[in-house]
Write a protein of this length. Structure first.
Length: 318
């Protein structure tokens, strides 16, 4: 039986939609949660929403299932390989990201602040050895605790008693945290309100661009060039050719221009279009993955640029 948690009443008077996720939260936060979903921002930077509840359920199911930790699954979806994630110096970045993403799990496991980095490194090392599989990692950690392998250094020499006590505390804490990570694969469908689709406030991904929009975009590019000191952006790159673009081509063009300036292109593009009056992007559901049974034939997905414009009405744990 699904559990419904009512957060507030339907009071915003906008379009009802849905979001499927493995993360449990009360407010959308691009800084904390963006990029942890199933599509790796394929259709632009923002929060991904659908107007079909069956599609939201399928996203929640697909993100929540599987035995890899969510972090690793997300890195794979970004096209990274195991070696790219686990080879130094890149490994340091992903280890830090992993620890930051699981601070709440460490706290639930009653790990003190001093031990968090040590516990994170223990779990990371075991995950790496076990190809990031949670069950294998838990069993491997249990064996290490049972056999007290942590009591010896790399040469098989017994460590001082105080060091062994610290390591026992850290290894058992790592096991508690791992078991929490294994049990926290949430499958949640959020009922939300987003800005109503008035036919002009969403970039329709595959539709041709009205030429009048080019002047507005070019003006904004010039403004961003001056405001953020991006001379390369103003050096010919902001002179958008008046060709038969669809919105996808226009978005990618703007994204590439920012990328060439050393800026996160998709985020900058979304912020630029938001300042031009667009609330987000829309595209037909099923464009990348097959729609689930029961989904509407004309279902649409939306990418909302401003997280504050996605209002949670309730959430259902499925």
């Amino acid at each position: 039986m699904a559990k419904v948690i009512i957060l507030n009443e339907n009071q915003f008077g906008e379009m009802m939609a849905y979001h499927g996720s493995s993360s449990d939260f009360d407010k959308f936060n691009h800084k904390k949660y963006l990029g942890k979903g199933a599509g790796s921002q394929t259709f632009g930077w923002g929060t991904y929403i659908t107007n079909d509840i069956e599609i939201a359920k399928s996203y929640a199911e697909n993100i929540g299932k599987g035995n890899y930790i969510i972090d690793y699954d997300n890195w794979l979806k970004q096209g990274l390989t195991f070696d790219e994630i686990t080879k130094w110096p890149a490994e340091k970045k992903y280890l830090e990201e992993f620890i930051n993403n699981h601070i709440d799990d460490f706290k639930k496991a009653n790990i003190n602040e001093f031990d968090i980095s040590y516990v994170g490194e223990i779990i990371w090392g075991i995950f790496k050895h076990e190809n990031f599989d949670k069950d294998f990692a838990i069993n491997s950690l249990k064996r290490r605790i049972k056999n007290k392998t942590y009591e010896c250094d790399g040469y098989g020499r017994k460590l001082p008693d105080e060091t062994c006590e610290n390591k026992f505390r850290q290894y058992t804490g790592a096991l508690r945290a791992l078991e929490i990570m294994k049990s926290s694969n949430n499958k949640i469908v959020y009922e939300v309100e987003i800005p109503d689709d008035n036919g002009h406030n969403y970039l329709s991904w595959y539709d041709n661009v009205d030429y009048s929009i080019f002047d507005t975009i070019q003006q904004k590019l010039e403004e961003f060039s001056t405001r953020f000191n991006l001379p390369k952006l103003n050096y010919g790159w902001n002179r958008l050719d008046r060709i038969s673009y669809d919105f996808k081509g226009l978005y990618r063009d703007v994204e590439d221009r920012f990328d060439m300036c050393g800026i996160q292109g998709n985020k900058a593009a979304s912020l630029l279009f938001m300042q031009c009056g667009f609330d987000g992007i829309k595209y037909p559901a099923g464009t990348r993955w097959q729609k689930p049974d029961g989904a509407s034939e004309d279902a649409m997905n939306y990418v909302i640029f401003d997280a504050n414009k996605v209002k949670i009405i309730n959430k259902t744990k499925v």
